[in-house]
Design a protein around this ligand. Structure first.
Ligand code: COA
Length: 181
């Protein structure tokens, strides 16, 4: 195939969210989680509430052609009853890529870029509740020291940036917004 110098180049940019983008991010999350019981509204509310509470530590978007096609959020977690954030551990959730843009490594780019951003913030590690077939590729692995109550251990994964285990270890609790009354 001949190289066409005038052909449009579809570049995906990964960057921090902007203040004006809350609605666009919310709409994207609803599209990505449309198949979930609450049609993505639960995940959308989580991100909005984290932002409102100043707990959206890292919020990255993937942008192509001026449209937001992916998003990932990271927020502080509490481990072993310590106040959230004091151990510098974070939770990855939610992660969303627009359905027609999936399987193009956009999710992977968001996860990896987000982990780099956490590292720069001084994070010690990150946890995720999700499919091990997806998240183990980023270095997440089941941990005997950090647990999430009520979930089979193979679905709760941890990644320590410095090989250390948080002290105290134990059960993980996400921000309150993850536990609707
Ligand atoms: C999960 C999600 C973010 C992945 O985004 P993506 O940009 O398609 O992911 P990537 O292109 O980086 O990776 C695609 C790979 O992940 C795999 N994959 C995608 N979703 C997966 C899942 N839920 N479980 C296991 N593997 C998954 C694909 O099979 C593909 O594998 P392959 O490379 O071996 O073919 C996207 O599918 C999505 O938004 N899903 C709906 C929302 C959701 O479930 N979010 C995750 C829970 S918070």
């Amino acid at each position: 195939m001949m190289f066409d110098p005038n052909a449009p180049v579809e570049v995906v940019t990964l960057r921090d969210e902007r203040k004006s983008e809350a609605d666009a991010i919310g709409r994207l999350i609803v599209e990505a989680f449309a198949g979930e019981p609450q049609g993505g509204q639960f995940e959308r509310r989580i991100v909005d509430a984290l932002r409102a509470d100043g707990a959206l530590s890292v919020s990255l978007v993937a942008e192509r052609d001026g449209r937001i096609i992916g998003h990932v959020a990271y927020s502080p977690v509490s481990i072993g009853g310590e106040p959230a954030g004091t151990q510098q551990w974070y939770g990855l959730a939610p992660l969303a890529v627009r359905p027609d843009c999936q399987r193009q490594s956009i999710g992977a780019g968001l996860v990896r870029t987000g982990l780099d951003a956490l590292h720069r913030l001084g994070a010690r590690g990150c946890v995720v509740l999700g499919d091990p077939a997806y998240y183990t590729r980023f270095g997440f692995a089941p941990s005997g020291d950090i647990m999430f109550p009520g979930v089979p251990p193979e679905y709760f994964l941890a990644l320590s940036f410095d090989e250390s285990v948080p002290r105290p270890a134990g059960d993980v609790r996400y921000h309150d917004v993850f536990y609707p009354a």
